[in-house]
Design a protein around this ligand. Structure first.
Ligand SMILES: [Ca+2]
Ligand SMILES: [Ca+2]
Length: 678
């Protein structure tokens, strides 16, 4: 029985298969798209496009029908995605055997996985209904392995090809199509690939040989093909990369009728040009062009999700721009690509030299050591990753008008700086529109959504935002320590100006400045609707000679949110030892959720309007208008002096923080008359 007689509709899960040879590269980070971005466990969405977050780079990738597999630097193997076959039976194709050890080659079949260990031994796991995961004892040591639909192919150490699994007879009961019967005349080979029911190999002399099912012409090698360097196989089609760089397809998908198996996967785009790598998915084909960008055709080129179109050929814009794709793998309905990692200092002497060489989605990996700033992202959507804040240091050069790191050209949230100590910036960068003001001695962020993570920003100086200054930004600053920075104006540790930045899981400590905001100064223009959030942060030991020891906040139209924060032991002699909220009209300019503001000097711990939930603690007594720890006639006199106003000059006279000084405030003052609780 041929697959075409089964048909497409209603039988997705029983007919198909495909496969591909693995792709090996020096190193890289994985990007994935198509089916499996979430994990609904509903076919074909099994998380196969969501590599483990801990998987930062890979040296090889392979894609099964609904799962993915990679070799990590050092040789360990990781797999993710489906663990069931087409009948819903658990076969654990994504569960790597604990005894596998390090490997040099991987392959993926429809529902099984294969790997060549460093020792040359082949190991298979997953679906084994056709013996595809039982390696024959006669195979011996191998150099490469590939998965077919229900069969496995390997190149032995002597160059000869071995096959096992389905297809040991020809024309038998599906899926036996002879795909495991190696032609006696094949000889030694350099490349192999398994399709749904066929096998393709490149001989040592570059000629291409196919065997197994030829129902769609997938084994009818064009007589004009010539020498090839790589082959790939989809469910019913074959892809070959000629030595000239030209891509040739044959078999299913030579039209785009939308009737199985014709989804145009064999129609090579006329504009393709020379390529360096190919892969075949179920019903789509992908290639890495000579310029390093990715091309895809066949199923999944449109936005609509109608089987078999799962956007697997809709290359993400950022990957389309990535002129550094070094490997690609296509699965049943998904696609994976590896972009380059540029090593400092082994490949590039300086961090900036590596950044300058980057294409979008490259990663710069920096070994432990001390490096000189300034570091400038220059608008690139890249990851710059140090070995950790305790060991990888970028220092200021002490030069004029610069910051240690500048990210100022619209970088998106996927642009990341992580794992560094940023220290010793002495001057900062001129603020756009205010060139005489220098800001961001450590990190200067402008019109960017870049992510700053796992950094220590310390011992920097500047007028504004001595540690970090951000203007017109969004994005996330997380898991950072911002400490011992020293400002000459606002924001000793950090300043955010008209930003929707989220600062989370950070420790802001022992920073100082001479105006407001020892730890952090946040400004929103009066009409601004930016929405900054401070989540899971600790402010301690920050000082200023003015207002807002921990935080000073100049409100726009949206409240500042403090969530799960602790603000203690900060100091500001004029007002708001913990937090100073500038009077700017209206109410509820600061909202506290599960946040503690205690033990700051001077009292009140929070000066200005705020609201707080029942989980929050603010260690102030309502009637202590002048913050001296005592409620007495002096406080009463102040309250009466601003009676009927919004208490702009003495915000704490508005004891119930409703924006108007009147009877209820007086009642609260009188009810707390005497010595405040500590
Ligand atoms: Ca008082
Ligand atoms: Ca009031």
């Amino acid at each position: 029985m041929q697959v075409s007689s089964i048909g497409w509709l209603g039988s997705i899960s029983i007919f198909a298969a495909f496969m591909l040879a693995d792709s090996v590269v020096a190193d890289g980070g994985i990007r994935s798209w198509g089916a499996g971005l979430t994990n609904t466990s509903v076919f074909p969405d099994y998380g196969q496009s969501a590599p483990p977050s801990s998987l930062l780079n890979a040296t090889a990738i392979a894609a099964g029908w609904t799962h993915s597999i990679a070799i990590l630097p050092g040789g360990a193997v990781s797999a993710w995605g489906s663990n069931v076959n087409n009948l819903g039976t658990a076969v654990n194709q994504s569960v790597v055997p604990s005894t596998l050890g390090t490997c040099t080659s991987i392959g993926a079949g429809f529902y099984h996985s294969a790997a060549v260990k460093t020792t040359g031994t082949v190991v298979c796991w997953g679906d084994n209904r056709y013996g595809q995961s039982t390696v024959p004892a006669t195979v011996g040591t191998c150099t490469k392995v590939a998965g077919g639909g229900y069969h496995t192919i390997a190149i032995k150490t002597n160059g000869l090809v071995a096959c096992w699994g389905a297809g040991t007879v020809f024309g038998g009961v599906n899926p036996d199509q002879g795909q495991s019967i190696v032609p006696a005349t094949l000889g030694t080979c350099t490349q192999i690939a398994g399709g749904g029911y066929h096998t393709v190999a490149t001989r040592t002399d570059g000629t291409v040989v196919c065997w197994g099912s030829n129902v769609y012409g997938q084994c009818s090698v064009p007589s004009t093909l010539g020498a090839c360097t790589q082959v790939a196989a989809g469910d019913t089609h074959t892809v070959a990369l000629k030595t000239t760089g030209t891509v040739v397809c044959f078999g299913g998908g030579s039209t785009n009728s939308g009737i199985f198996p014709e989804w145009g996967e064999s129609i090579v785009p006329s504009s393709l040009g020379a390529c360096t790598a190919i892969s075949a998915g179920g019903y789509h084909t992908v290639a890495v062009k000579a310029d390093g960008s990715v091309a895809a055709w066949g199923a999944g080129t449109g936005a609509a999700i109608v089987s078999p179109n799962y956007r697997q050929s809709l290359i993400p814009a950022e990957q389309a721009l990535a002129n550094s794709t070094s490997a690609i793998a296509a699965g049943g309905f998904h696609t994976m690509a590896i972009s380059k990692i540029r090593q400092v200092p082994s490949q590039y002497a300086t961090i900036q030299a590596a950044i300058d060489a980057c294409s979008p989605f490259d990663t710069v990996s920096v070994a432990a050591g001390t490096y000189a700033g300034p570091i400038i992202f220059g608008g690139k959507n890249i990851v710059v990753r140090g070995a950790g804040a305790s060991s990888t240091i970028i220092t200021g050069t002490g030069g004029a008008t610069t910051s240690v790191v500048r990210v100022v050209n619209g970088e998106p949230a996927t642009a990341r700086l992580e794992g560094f100590s940023i220290r010793g910036g002495q001057t900062g960068t001129p603020i756009p529109g205010n060139a005489s003001a220098l800001a961001g001695g450590g990190i200067f962020l402008y019109q960017t959504s870049a992510t700053i993570a796992n950094c220590a920003v310390e011992l920097n100086g500047a007028a504004f935002g001595a540690g970090i200054y951000a203007l017109y930004c969004a994005g996330v600053i997380e898991n950072c320590t911002i400490r011992k920075n020293s400002g000459d104006s606002y924001g000793g540790g950090m300043q955010l100006f008209d930003c929707s930045t989220i600062v989370r899981n950070c420790v802001i400590s022992n920073n100082t400045t001479v105006t407001a905001g020892g730890g952090m100064h946040i400004v929103q223009a009066p009409t601004s609707n930016f929405s900054p959030q401070i989540i899971n942060c600790t402010f301690g030991g920050n000082t200023t000679v003015d207002r807002g020891g921990g935080i000073s906040w100049q409100a726009g139209t949206v409240p500042l949110q403090l969530v799960n924060c602790s603000i203690t032991s900060n100091s500001a002699p004029i007002a708001g030892g913990g937090v100073y909220v500038y009077p700017s009209g209206g109410v509820n300019r600061l909202t506290l959720s599960n946040t503690t503001v205690c033990g700051n000097t001077v009292r009140p711990n929070i000066s200005g309007l705020y609201t707080s939930d029942s989980l929050s603690t603010v260690c102030d007594c309502a009637g202590d208008v002048d913050g001296n720890g005592l409620v007495n006639a002096a406080d009463l006199a102040i309250l009466l002096s601003v009676w009927g106003t919004n208490a702009a000059g003495f915000p704490s006279a508005d004891t119930n923080r409703d924006g108007l000084v009147n009877g209820p405030d007086l009642s609260r003052l009188l009810s707390s008359w005497g010595i405040c609780a500590p």
